[in-house]
Design a binder for this molecule. Structure first.
Ligand SMILES: NC(=O)C1=CN([C@@H]2O[C@H](COP(=O)(O)OP(=O)(O)OC[C@H]3O[C@@H](n4cnc5c(N)ncnc54)[C@H](O)[C@@H]3O)[C@@H](O)[C@H]2O)C=CC1
Ligand SMILES: N[C@@H](CC=O)C(=O)O
Ligand code: NA
Length: 444
């Protein structure tokens, strides 16, 4: 195998000045790619990319040797004012928002990995970019290295996207995988994900589903040409998922995954046109492609009217994979600085209402402990039937010593509202000791 050749022609155009804000897991890898691929990047852009500085919170923090100490500053505002393109890998809402607005208003383009900020206040950033005629790119913000933002924002913009469904958080996928395959508990698996650089600065954002919900909001906005914010997403994380849930999933031929699902619903007898966006743990059949997504990998299906079903798969977290997506955006924005042109502006003309996710119809698996005596199963089945929820399958295992039977009921499709009412009624029943768990079943 031969080494890739390095171009020997130095582009004649003036350098594009790049500022990097934040030098943590992702920032360090961005600096590494910028400083080790200088000639290739210059050839691809048509001008050198000059790293003019790296803003950090604490100058005294020990850093990877790839980061030249002479480039470090703790004055991010001054650095922003010196740049043509600002790469933001600090994370969080403030000071990231203020710094990015300063960059955009000053005429710099922006590349950001910050899904929390985009899902909270994306329209303000888009508007500032538009007013200044500059770019805002954010491939790294959704599904790390996987090209997904660009395909949805640009490649599929001539089609009608109906649904986006998948795994968009590497940390929780890693955690659920470690729980299932190695019997690790949630806290130990989260600590490992932090060690590997997958988790957010506060991993609550991962385990409680906020990170996946932010990504779902961004994807829904792009896919359906409308505005969806974090607050619009029906969100449930994985902290309620127990080792027993994971074990029962395997016994019934499933794996537990944290899924993000965004759907465009046409007007029909159930209600008006709109979008539904939800994030929650779900049982996925073991033979479904999403079940084979291991570790911190992500996988997303996009269903479009003309294109049909597309699947995107790859590393959804980690410093180097995320930096790859950042650099791709940086080259695009830099090309525009050198040769003219702009990336896409916000497209929100459809202005669709966000519909309650409780109206979404899915299958469910209900696990409950009942008194082990004749006729109990028929009584539980009657409660389900009375609420219009039909049963697809029932498994029963008995613990004779305790006179308890464990029932695992898989339902046909039902709304969350119907299911909740049914579960409440079941829980009231004399023979029911405990409703142990209720999980959606997706991907069937
Ligand atoms: N780690 C990952 O796998 C991925 C991270 N992201 C996003 O990338 C961004 C950065 O993530 P990480 O590098 O993992 O986080 P990190 O916590 O490792 O790095 C952030 C760095 O920013 C620094 N910082 C905080 N406030 C600052 C300020 N005012 N000025 C300058 N520096 C400041 C922190 O000291 C820290 O070193 C976040 O928005 C995150 O959501 C996106 C995709 C994947
Ligand atoms: N914490 C995030 C990082 C990438 O977006 C994740 O685990 O997916
Ligand atoms: Na991506």
């Amino acid at each position: 195998m031969t080494a890739q050749s390095t171009p020997d022609v130095t582009p004649q155009n003036a350098p594009v000045r790049v500022a990097v804000l934040g030098c943590g897991v992702v920032g360090t890898e961005v600096v590494r790619l910028l400083t080790t691929q200088t000639a290739d990047l210059a050839a691809r852009v048509g001008a050198p990319l000059e790293l003019v500085g790296v803003a950090v919170r604490n100058l005294a923090t020990p850093r990877d040797p790839v980061v030249d100490p002479a480039l470090l500053t703790d004055d991010a505002e001054v650095l922003v004012d010196r740049a043509d393109i600002v790469v933001e890998v600090v994370g969080g809402i403030e000071p990231a928002r203020t710094l990015l607005l300063r960059a955009l208003r000053g005429g710099a383009s922006v590349v950001t990995a910050n899904k929390a900020l985009l899902a909270e206040d994306g329209p303000t950033l888009y508007a500032a970019a538009d007013a200044a005629g500059v770019d805002i790119y954010f491939e790294a913000a959704v599904a790390g290295a996987i090209p997904l933002v660009r395909p949805v924002r640009e490649s599929l913009t001539g089609d009608r996207v109906r649904r986006v469904l998948g795994i968009v958080n590497g940390t929780t996928n890693f955690v659920l995988d470690r729980m299932a395959t190695d019997g690790l508990d949630l806290d130990a698996a989260v600590a490992e994900a932090q060690e590997l650089g997958y988790a957010e600065a506060d991993p609550t954002a991962d385990v409680e589903g906020y990170d996946a919900a932010a990504k779902a909001a961004i994807l829904a906005s792009l896919a359906f040409h409308t505005r969806v914010s974090l607050a619009d997403v029906d969100r449930q994380g994985i902290t309620g998922v127990t080792a027993e849930d994971v074990a029962w999933a395997a016994r019934t031929g499933h794996v537990v995954k944290l899924l993000a699902i965004a759907e465009h619903r046409p007007a029909d007898q159930d209600g008006p046109e709109g979008v539904q966006v939800r994030v929650h743990p779900a049982l996925v059949p073991q033979d479904h492609p999403l079940a084979g997504v291991r570790g911190a990998f992500n996988a997303v299906f996009v269903e479009a009217e003309a294109a049909g079903e597309l699947m995107f798969y790859g590393r959804g977290a980690g410093g180097a994979p995320t930096a790859s997506a950042v650099l791709g955006d940086l080259v695009s924005a830099a090309r525009h600085r050198v040769h003219g042109g702009r990336g896409p502006a916000e497209s929100f003309y459809a202005a669709l209402p966000v519909l309650p996710a409780r109206a979404a119809r899915t299958r469910y698996q209900i696990r409950l402990d009942v008194t082990d005596r004749p006729g109990v199963l028929a009584q539980v089945a009657t409660v389900l039937a009375e609420h219009g929820v039909s049963i697809e399958a029932v498994r029963q295992s008995v613990q004779p010593a305790e006179a308890v039977a464990r029932l695992v009921i898989t339902t046909h499709e039902a709304t969350e509202a119907a299911l909740s009412a049914t579960v409440a009624a079941i829980a009231e029943h004399d023979s029911v000791r405990e409703v142990v768990s209720v999980l959606r079943v997706e991907g069937v």
